[in-house]
Design a protein around this ligand. Structure first.
Ligand code: ACO
Length: 333
């Protein structure tokens, strides 16, 4: 797939350090070998050193044998002290004492997030054996959001076989993974973050549809007002962004219908970024399109964090892990 090829190639040029908290997990360790061997990223594996090295030796993963490994129970004392100080300074007011910080560092998902925050890694990828919430929480607590953004969200890059939609069949759907009920401000930020992902990861110039069950006031409801307000906020945040809303899905992606229902729309029925009014809608929509239209769904690409962290599906393949690490490396730009 061309998008993935380009992402891997770009990542190789960046040479980023990505921390993998599930370092002893079977698919992760094999993905790590490929990532290092192909020069897509440098990886730092978290886990028991002996276990990781035994597995690497058994599978003949010679690059992993030389990769940096950090055992959460045997962190270098100088690093541990640095991490504890950082954690207490960031979350002392939330009850994180030195003891709490030391305990959290024994959890690989916390250690990984703190290493990113401390600048010892450029990004993090986990989730092959962990729940989404468990991967996200340490990142939300310690890495926090990017300047100007208060909400983390998840985009799927959809590759739809019918090339008449989006840009030759490529579209971005958000938020499909993180924020259950965004406010108008948060919805606007999700639009801005997704537009950035479209540019930086996929290389698309975004045309953003803020989706609703109403087009230009055809229905009235507080949720319609929210989408309209979000569109206005997003336009103020980025006056050059091509965006329209509130708009129905067909009007956003079918030029003939746009002509009739939204004449003069800046999208012209050719939206390539769809922002859904809630997580419920976004999550259901991407899964239906994936199944009914036989689309590839790449993601979720988490966006809005100050440094990139991405969550894997527990059903992921080795290839999925490689691709998500490459995406994460590209998000550091
Ligand atoms: N963006 C930015 N910050 C956030 C967000 C967000 N979306 N959500 C929570 N936070 C912050 C909170 O403000 C809080 O900060 P603080 O501790 O400094 O005050 C911190 O993160 C922790 O927040 P909690 O509310 O304690 O965390 P919670 O336990 O609710 O977890 C989470 C947050 C994990 C994002 C939760 O909302 C969640 O589980 N979302 C759904 C994830 C999911 O299951 N998605 C569907 C599956 S994925 C798929 O199908 C592809």
């Amino acid at each position: 797939m061309e998008i993935i090829y380009n992402i891997r190639k770009k990542a190789a040029g960046l040479k980023r350090r990505i921390v993998l908290p599930e370092g002893a997990e079977d698919r992760t360790i094999r993905a790590a070998e490929f990532l290092i061997a192909e020069g897509i990223a440098d990886v730092i594996l978290l886990g028991a050193r002996g276990r990781i090295q035994d597995q690497a030796a058994r599978y003949g993963l010679r690059h992993v044998l030389e990769a940096p490994i950090v055992d959460p129970y045997r962190i270098d004392p100088a690093d541990e002290e640095r991490y504890i100080e950082l954690m207490v300074s960031l979350r002392g007011s939330k009850g994180v004492t030195r003891e709490v910080a030391a305990r959290q560092l024994q959890e690989p998902l916390y250690l990984g997030a703190v290493m990113v925050k401390a600048g010892d890694a450029d990004g993090e990828v986990a989730g092959a054996v962990s729940y989404t919430g468990d991967v996200l929480r340490p990142a939300l607590q310690y890495i926090k959001t990017a300047p100007g953004i208060s909400v983390v969200s998840g985009t799927f890059i959809m590759r739809i076989p019918d090339k008449s939609y989006g840009d030759m069949g490529t579209m971005l759907f958000a938020d499909c993974a993180v924020s259950p009920e965004p406010t108008a401000q948060q919805l606007a930020e999700i639009a801005i973050s997704t537009a950035r992902t479209a540019r930086s990861i996929v290389g698309l110039e975004p045309r953003v549809a803020m989706l609703s069950f109403s087009t230009r006031g055809s229905a009235s409801h507080p949720s319609v007002d929210k989408v309209r307000e979000a569109t206005e906020i997003a336009q103020r945040m980025d006056p050059n962004l091509v965006i329209d809303g509130e708009i129905q899905a067909d009007t956003a992606i079918v030029p003939d219908i746009a002509d009739r229902k939204a004449p003069g729309s800046r999208l012209d029925g050719r939206a390539n970024v769809l922002v859904f009014p809630s997580l419920e809608v976004g999550n259901i929509a991407y899964k239906l399109v994936q199944r009914l239209a036989h689309a590839d769904a790449i993601g979720p690409v988490l966006q809005g964090l100050a440094s990139p962290v991405n969550d894997l599906s527990r059903g992921c393949s080795i290839d999925d892990i490689i691709n998500v690490v490459a995406i994460t490396a590209c998000q550091t730009e």
